[in-house]
Design a protein around this ligand. Structure first.
Ligand SMILES: C[S@@+](CC[C@H](N)C(=O)[O-])C[C@H]1O[C@@H](n2cnc3c(N)ncnc32)[C@H](O)[C@@H]1O
Length: 424
């Protein structure tokens, strides 16, 4: 089977599975409240009901020990579904980059790098070295370069196949990031790359580039990844190294990018793209993650209880109520709800009526059911992300580029971990 045929097979395998659960991933549980319960199989919340807080957190974070263990939950139909999702993910996950790890970051270059960024840059050293050593370009553009971490490393560590230094330019729409980077590096040593403050969607790189060039992009959010890949068409860009993220910022039409996906489309929604962008796996037993799971539950409880009250007042269509600081979700529910209800000119609820409603057994049990449905919904995130990746892979093959697609980070440390290399 040709590479294209394999990628098409993967695309269809994932897409066909996802289509059976469209009603689940296409919208938030609360968006169709109270109908949500009709769309979620009855057994889903029931199968999860007896799991402890710790087990639910482990399920949500795909804790390996929990998944490999013999918990009776995995005998239930919901447990089997979740295993099926995991198997499909494993089957089609891009292979890990074959790291020889012969390169290390110098101590001085670790300065200013937060642990996650340091990890990412370290993991990128070998693939980037391989990328550049195979090219005959003299310049590289770091798209969405932010403060310039990656540009700094590329300009210092890599040369092209002909042992030429690479002239690096970090392009970003946000000048504050660039100013802050410039200030940092200047204090410390000479910077060997340039900043260009520009919007990649309107910038014509070909007009400023002297010769053929390569582009790199680490965590190019939303459309930026698409712009980077499209730049390979009809331009002097010879190669591109891209790690995408933030699919929720994509235009819907950019989600079915390839001809093949257009012929076999997934009916993407913003909620589905958001789900793809949030897929995560975490290290087991990390107290930070338990706290963030607790916060997530608390936020959802208040938000869902508020939605129930809005529905009581015939405002079922409200889908956004604005964010609130985390501390508001740990104040009495009535304090949170009264402030929000004022926004919708609902003034006939009192502190007491809201507290009675929130603490009632019926409300609490409904809230738990909704949260449990959510935990299952979140399990579809990674498959949605994989479908986007397969679609982009197909698009690049359709353009006759040489394509390499691989996992470059451990997803438990940096979940948006897929890299693409496209070459003409
Ligand atoms: C997630 S950050 C990644 C920053 C950096 N590459 C890194 O990994 O640390 C995405 C960056 O892309 C920039 N960006 C988004 N859209 C852009 C556009 N159309 N043109 C230029 N920069 C853009 C943002 O300002 C932001 O700095």
């Amino acid at each position: 089977m040709s590479k294209k045929e394999i990628i098409k097979k993967g695309y269809l395998d994932i897409k066909n599975f996802l289509m059976s659960y469209q009603k689940i991933w296409e919208k938030e549980v609360i968006d169709s409240y109270p109908q949500a319960f009709l769309e979620y199989p009855n057994e889903w919340p029931r199968d999860l009901e007896n799991l402890s807080f710790d087990d639910l957190e482990k399920l949500d974070s795909r804790c390996q020990e929990f998944f490999l263990g013999t918990h009776s939950f995995f005998q239930s139909s919901t447990g089997k579904l979740i295993k099926q999702i995991e198997d499909l993910e494993k089957k089609w996950a891009p292979p890990h980059y074959n790291h020889q790890n012969n390169l290390e970051l110098k101590m001085a270059d670790m300065l200013f790098l937060k642990p996650k960024k340091k990890y990412e840059i370290e993991q990128l050293l070998t693939p980037l070295q391989d990328f550049f050593s195979d090219l005959e370009v003299t310049s590289a553009y770091d798209l969405g370069g932010g403060v310039g971490h990656l540009s700094r490393i590329i300009s210092e560590y890599f040369k092209t196949g002909k042992n030429q230094t690479i002239k690096v330019t970090s392009i970003d729409i946000n000048s504050d990031f660039q100013k802050s980077g410039e200030k940092k590096w200047k204090k410390f040593k000479k910077v060997n790359f340039n900043y260009l403050n520009a919007d990649l969607n309107t910038l014509d790189i070909d007009a400023i580039a002297e010769h053929n060039y390569a582009t790199v992009g680490l965590h190019t959010c939303g459309e930026l990844a698409i712009s980077q890949m499209r730049l390979m068409k009809n331009s002097k860009a010879m190669a591109c190294f891209n790690v995408p993220c933030c699919y929720q910022h994509l235009k819907i039409e950019s989600a079915n990018l390839s001809r093949f996906a257009k012929e076999n489309p997934l009916p993407w929604t913003i909620n589905a793209l958001t789900l793809a962008a949030k897929a995560h796996y975490r290290e087991a037993d990390n107290p930070k993650h338990k706290k963030s799971f607790q916060d997530k539950w608390q936020v959802k409880n208040y938000r869902y209880a508020l939605q129930m009250i809005l529905c009581k007042h015939h405002l079922n269509h409200i889908s956004t109520v604005g964010e609130a600081p985390m501390k508001d979700y740990y104040q009495p529910f009535a304090d949170y709800a009264l402030a929000k209800l004022k926004q919708f000119k609902i003034t006939n609820e009192t502190h007491r009526s809201l507290e009675i409603f929130y603490s009632s057994e019926a409300t609490q049990s409904r809230l738990k059911e909704l949260f449990l449905c959510n935990i299952i919904r979140w399990q579809f995130g990674r498959l949605l992300e994989l479908l986007i990746i397969y679609d982009r892979h197909l698009w690049a093959l359709e353009q006759n580029f040489k394509v390499d697609c691989f996992s470059v980070f451990n997803e438990r440390i940096s979940p948006r971990n897929t890299a693409f290399i496209l070459k003409k």
